[in-house]
Design a protein. Structure first.
Ligand SMILES: *Cc1c(COP(=O)(O)O)cnc(C)c1O
Length: 415
């Protein structure tokens, strides 16, 4: 079994070690394993927000709109290669939940088929939105039962598809188990049954390699504030395959999606291309931070990031098996690296209290009810030695029952 010295040696040989310098890290002792929820602040992002505030807004005022107006599409083009999308296929705008609403509505209102398939392990917000969209279109949401550890599979989907299904919407990486779904095979199966697929890439973008165009994907949405380090509440993104763009209409026909917005025409005419999915004035300060976060990942590229992510999660699982399993923890993430995203979930009946004790010891994970401790690895800044040390801290808490005080405490509002 690897020793702590060997973990340190792997840090010393890590080809991505220098990427940590791109980030503002004020406390070198803090082991941050929640980049899957809120990525760290990039130095470029901090500078970009400062510049956007002082110079672009403060000095140039409304004249800055000449540069700002195209940002949602420009940043979409910066992001596209990380998703396997082409230029003009990605727009950075609104929130993930809002983009899900827009794209799901666009599909359902255009088509005779009114059933949406969602899976019962998906992020609840996605299911709330999909159920509401289906209802408004006069249809229903059909819930597909999936194994929570394995996530949605082709076999699960085959059981629920029929000629009434217009849209299937799934997460590429499960927010709980971290399982990766088969993008190409699920898309192909849905297509054979005449349905489109809308992928939620929130835990996939910046975390794993995938190829939307290669898989024939139709539609996707996702966050920029997780592995893409775009900042708290940073605008989300949406992808619409080029061939579909002009067949779909946004249910929110705002002026930013108009063919000629400054004509202030009496009636709405959708812009050609991806811009028709814009709604209103974009949040420029947040966009500047997101642009910087995406640029850091784009400069490195997904292949080395994924390689290090797999090595980090392999180490984490090996240490969890050796040290934590005897203490009552179970790895609740696929063991096959090909099927695993960039976080590892540990199941334990006292998971909430343990996460609080970890945070008190400067190891930051998150908790997902009812019993999961999620440990996210972000290869741009997570070190091998941090994984080693985090497992030791968790083991020490469990052995000494240091989490006892939180077993009786009320839960915090954010977990
Ligand atoms: C994080 C996440 C979201 C977040 O949606 P917001 O609208 O940005 O709050 C949505 N879906 C999934 C699968 C997520 O993991």
């Amino acid at each position: 079994m690897l020793s702590r010295d060997q973990a340190l040696a792997r840090d010393a040989q890590d080809p991505l070690a220098h990427c940590r310098d791109e980030f503002v890290i004020t406390d070198q002792e803090l082991i941050y394993l929640d980049g899957n929820s809120l990525g760290r602040l990039t130095k470029r992002g901090a500078d970009a927000v400062e510049r956007a505030t002082q110079r672009e807004w403060g000095d140039h005022l409304v004249r800055s709109w000449h540069d700002w107006i195209g940002l949602p599409e420009q940043i979409g083009d910066d992001l596209a290669p990380l998703l396997g999308a082409g230029p003009g296929e990605v727009l950075v705008c609104d929130q993930t939940s809002v983009n899900l609403f827009k794209l799901a509505s666009a599909v359902l209102t255009e088509r005779g088929r009114k059933v949406v398939v969602a899976d019962d392990s998906n992020f609840p917000s996605d299911r709330y939105v999909l159920a509401a969209v289906a209802k408004a279109a006069g249809g229903t949401m059909r819930e597909m039962a999936v194994d929570p550890l394995a996530g949605p599979t082709v076999a699960d989907l085959a059981k629920v598809l029929d000629a009434s299904v217009g849209l299937v919407s799934l997460s590429l990486v499960s927010f709980k188990s971290g399982a990766i779904a088969d993008l190409a095979a699920i898309t192909a199966l849905a297509h054979r049954h005449g349905a489109l697929v809308l992928w939620d890439l929130s835990h996939a973008a910046g975390a794993i390699e995938f190829d939307l165009r290669g898989a024939g994907a139709d539609l996707a949405i996702g966050c920029t504030y997780k592995y893409l380090n775009g900042g708290p509440g940073a605008p989300a993104f949406l992808f619409v395959r080029r061939e579909l763009q002009n067949q779909l209409l946004s249910p929110i026909p705002g002026w930013f999606g108009h063919e000629d917005m400054f004509a202030f025409a009496g009636e709405y005419r959708p812009a050609a291309g991806i811009r028709r999915f814009s709604v209103g004035t974009p949040p420029i300060l947040s966009l500047r931070a997101a642009q910087a976060g995406i640029a850091v990942t784009a400069r490195v590229g997904m292949a080395p990031i994924r390689r290090k992510s797999v090595a980090l999660t392999e180490l984490l699982i090996a240490r969890a098996d050796a040290v934590l399993q005897p203490l009552g923890f179970t790895v609740a993430t696929p063991r096959d690296a090909e099927r695993r995203g960039s976080h590892v979930s540990l199941a334990h009946p006292e998971a909430y209290a343990i996460t609080q004790a970890m945070i008190a010891r400067k190891v930051v994970p998150d908790f997902r009810a009812p019993n999961l401790i999620r440990l996210g690895v972000a290869p741009l800044y997570t070190r091998f030695s941090e994984i080693w040390d985090a497992v030791e801290v968790i083991a020490e808490i469990a052995r000494t029952r240091a989490h006892e005080p939180w077993l009786r405490a009320a839960r915090t509002r954010v977990t």
